[in-house]
Design a protein. Structure first.
Length: 95
């Protein structure tokens, strides 16, 4: 099934793209999308999205259907045909 991934911030800069369309297995989950993204683009992106425990880094937000996956099943959240997965870093500031 096809799933689109949209990037923001440092991910857009790393991959030099705004979107990628991936072919993910039926009944796929967000974690499948992330691993397929790393396989098809740049393996370094995996370590920028996931921590050493394989969890989404605290400074990263991932949305599916406009909702934060952390409010559902995290990386186990299911994706469906033509879903758009948004991956972006939390904006920080200081002064």
């Amino acid at each position: 099934m096809l799933v689109k991934v949209r990037f923001f911030g440092k991910f857009r800069e790393l991959l030099n793209k705004e979107t990628v369309t991936l072919n993910v297995r039926e009944n796929g989950k967000v974690k499948d999308v992330i691993y397929e993204l790393a396989r098809q683009t740049d393996p370094k992106i995996l370590g920028r999205i996931l921590n050493e425990k394989g969890e989404v880094r605290s400074e990263i937000i991932i949305l599916v259907k406009g909702r934060n996956i952390q409010n559902f099943k995290g990386l186990e959240t299911k994706v469906e045909e033509n879903d758009v997965v948004y991956i972006f870093p939390i904006a920080t500031g200081g002064g």
